[in-house]
Design a protein around this ligand. Sequence first.
Ligand code: ASP
Length: 464
Amino acid sequence: MLKERSLIGKTPENIGKKVKLYGWVHIRRDHGKLIFIDLRDATGIIQTVFIPSNKEAHEVASTLRSEWIVEFEGQINERPEKLKNDAIPTGGIEMLVEKVTVLNESKTTPFEISTETEVGEETRLKYRYLDLRREKMKKNIRLRHNVTKFFRDWFSNDGFLEIETPMMTKGTPEGSREFIIPSRLHNGKFYVLPQSPQQFKQLLMVAGMEKYFQVARCFRDEDQRGDRQPEFTQIDLEMSFGDEGDVMDLIEKSVIDMTTKLFPDKKIQKNPFPKISHKESMEKYGNDKPDLRENKEDPNELAFAWVVDFPMFEYSETDKKLGASHHPFTHPKDEDIGLLDKEPEKVKAKAYDLILNGYEIGGGSIRIHKADLQNKVFQTLGLSEKDIQERFGHILEAFSYGTPPHGGFAFGFDRLIMILAGEPNIREVIPFPKTGDAKDLMMNAPSEVPEEQLKELGIQLKKQ
Ligand code: ASP
C-alpha cells in the first residue's frame, strides 16, 4: 500500500504525474458541477477536483463528508494562474481525481477540524485525538519534536550519553509531594515516581559516565496552582569535573544554537545572557524570575538571563522549618561551608536558574560529592541519623567510592516550548495534558480499580 503512496507535502514536486494520495477529507465544496475536496494528511493539504464527466468518481465524491478516510488517484496539475494561492505550499497545484476509494467513514466531529474556531478546553481535552488533528496543535507538536531532536543531537554530539533512569523508585526530595505505587509483591511497601532523575543522574557520575542526559518525565503531586501538570518533561543532564561556569556556559551555548537554528526570526535580547544575583533580583524586581524584555508586545523577543547566588536554605512559610531552596544535593559556596552550623540562612548555594521572559525555564547546581559534607547538610535540615541512613544511606555510601565533582541542569521543557510556540499555557504544547485539577478527560483518569486488585495490594479503602 505505502509503496505507491505519495505524501501531500511532496505533491508540488509531482506536477504532471499520476499519484495516489491517502488522507482525511478536510472540507468539501460543491461549485455547481465541480466538486472540490481539500484532502489532508500529516504532511499537508491539497485541493482536489472532481469533474462530472468522470461519473463514477464524481458520484462518490458527492457523498464524502469531513474526516472520512479516502484514497484518491489522479493527476497533479498546475492551477490556472489566477487561482494560485501563495499562502500554502500546495497553493499552486491541484489534483484532478480519477478514482476514489472510501477507506473509512467518520461521525460528525464534536468540533470542526478545518477551522480555528474557539472550542471549549474540556471538549478539546476529551477529544484530544481530534484536537491534535487541527493545524495549530499539529504545529506545536512538530515544534516540540524539532526542539527535542535538536537537544538530543546537540548533547550527543558533545559526548553526552542518553541514559534512561527508573520510573519506579524511592523518594528523592525536591520539595514536592510524591506519587506512590503500592507493591503487590511486597505488601505494605511502595515505590515512588521520581520528581526528577536527580539521585540517579548523580549516581551515574559516581558510575563514571561523566556526561549524561535524558528527556525525562517527572512527577509531582502538587496542589494544582496555576499552570502545572502532575507529570511534565525535563531535558535533564549532568556532567563530571565542571564548575558552575562550565555548566552555565554549556547550557547557554546549546540554547543559543537551538534558537538561532530553529527560530531565526527570534531575537535573543542579550548574548551572553546577563547574570543577576538572587538578592538583586528580589530587591529590584520583587521576584526571582524577572521579565527582562524591553518590549513585551514583541512576540520574537527572548530575554534570557541567569539568576545566581541563591540562598542554600529557606524557611517554609507553613511550618517555619528549614528546607533546601533547590534540593539538598546542592553544593554550598565553599566560603560559606563554615556557616552551616550556626547561620545556615546565610549560606549561599552553587545553584543557578535560567529564566526567559519572566519564566524559570530551568535550573541546576554543582552538587555535593563528599559524604561528610552531604551528611552535614542533611543534619542542618534537621534529619536524624536514622532518617539519613534510611532515606539516603545509598547515596552517602556511593559518595565514599571515589565520586568526581559534578553538576548539572534540567530544562523545564514544556515551559520552554510554550514560550517558543507563543502559547499562553503548557497544555497547548503537551500532546495529552491533564486539566488544572489533574484529570485526564480523554482516558477518564484517575478512576476506581476493581476490588480484587486492591485486595491483592493489601489495600482497603475507607468509606468516604
Ligand atoms: N533535579 C533538579 C530539578 O528537577 C534539576 C537539577 O538540579 O539538575 O529541578
